[in-house]
Design a protein around this ligand. Sequence first.
Ligand code: BGC
Length: 366
Amino acid sequence: MRKFAKAAAALVVVSALALSGCGSGRTDTAASGSASAAGFAKDAVIGVALPQKTSENWVLAEGLFNDGLKTAGFTPSVQFANGGVTEQQNQISAMIEKGAKVLIVGAIDGSQLGTQLDAAKKAGITVIAYDRLLTNTPSIDYYVAFDNFKVGVLQGEALLKGLADRKGTKTKWNVELIAGSPDDSNAKVFFDGAMSVLQPKIADGTLTVLSKQTTFEQVVTQGWKAENAQKRMDTVLSGFYQKAELDGILSPNDTLARAAMASIAAANKPLPVVTGQDSEVESVKSIMAGQQYSTIFKDTNKLVAQSIVMAQALQQGKTPEVNDTKSYNNGIKVVPSYLLAPVIVTKDNAATVYANDKTLGPLTKG
Ligand code: BGC
């Protein structure tokens, strides 16, 4: 995730609004946002509930929502729930009390907000799940996210390519797997996407997981916390890689990739191929220096802008545009979604992908 100047962020919102006006993508009418029938006041409160600051993208989203919603004429109420699920539940209840017309929710645990979301629906509020799906509730109208399964597929493919590129003297490799936090509905989707690529390679013997920890439950990282991933990797390294070389690590994001690499460094082991996600500044530097192998670029500017475009459509009494009505089932229903495409980044394409990023400066391969 990159930090853009505020003016640039506002521009992205404006151009996304213009784009949606041009009718790009498919328009579906299946969704039934409760506010879509009549619309609402131009300066209505739009509630944005964000989770904990577990990666840079969430921090960036806060500023972008505040600026973008104001630019669009709304009254933003944007809050982080660093204290956990109960805090997020209370924040959502308070947003309903305040008279919010749309709730944009990046859940800590998407399965724990049912009561609050039911109350939101009763109050006629449209609920949009942001980045993370809200699960096991009928009280959700839309989902706006990067295609999370695709993120996992790209990570799995990058791991295989990295092994061939960097460890190509062998044809069989030892790898270990890391997944994100089990309360985040994205974590399993990332893992399933990656395993759709890696499982066949484990089955045919190309890849070996010496720890035998291959199920989601065995490899999760509570709270997406670096220290939890590092602790597990320390144990795996001392238990299974005293003699053997670990060639690759599937990591679901950059924070955990750096944690895994810290564990490798502490154990004095050769650097494996390590995947990531989020384009965090430290990880992009690491990629350019030939350390971390890959990351994923999910432009937070675009995700926030798309969410605001949806709120604007609802304000005007229109049905927001979606581009997917089959992929994301939340356990109760398939949620009409607007999915954006994630981009895999390695040292080879980083300069091109981040060409517009003013904060990184020119990227040179180290
Ligand atoms: C987001 C990732 C992020 C992770 C931890 C996920 O839900 O999609 O981009 O790395 O949360 O914050």
